[in-house]
Design a protein around this ligand. Sequence first.
Ligand code: 5GP
Length: 204
Amino acid sequence: MSAVFIISAPSGSGKSTLVREVLRIDRRLEFSISYTTRSPRGLEVPGLSYQYVSREEFEQRMKADEFLEHAEVFGHYYGTHRSVWDKAKAERKDLLLDIDVQGAQQLKKRIPDAVTIFVLAPSREILEQRLRARSEDAEAVIARRLAGAAREIRNYHSYDYVVVNEQVESAVDTLLAVIRAERVRRQRMEDRIRPILASFGEQL
Ligand code: 5GP
């Protein structure tokens, strides 16, 4: 049974680096490539980082109910296409989503056993430093992202886990530990338990 892991964080929390590392180490995870109407940034690769589409295309797909969840973040649409979850299930992979708070709440309603993880920078000062160091964004964008962070942080209580990203390596370890532990929850082990019980002549 495929598991769904949702990671949310205010931008600048170092989430992308954590997600990249976790995906590199844990090969059972499939990254959910979102649709977005924003333009590619930095080293992002179309089709791998995001599917970049026009507002018109996004709205058409929205009307056709193609998204499991979608939200408008910083003036751009972002959404998770239904096919992403179907593909992960067909390939018996677990799905890792990097989506915002609104998206996490929508998805949790559709997939109640999705595991939600909130990543936080250790302080506002460090978040601001990280946003500036990235220097991909204009000053106004940085200010908007900081204000957005202050708002998003208040939603931490709707998440199952909170990871404070002080140091990349230990934050990655913590995320991997959460993922591994969640995989052996009894409900997710039914498929594994059945043949074991059968070998003892028992049935579930
Ligand atoms: P960025 O533009 O920095 O890549 O992402 C901005 C925000 O949009 C981040 O909080 C990211 O998690 C969120 N985001 C990315 N993809 C999706 C998506 O498919 N759905 C939702 N709801 N948020 C997304």
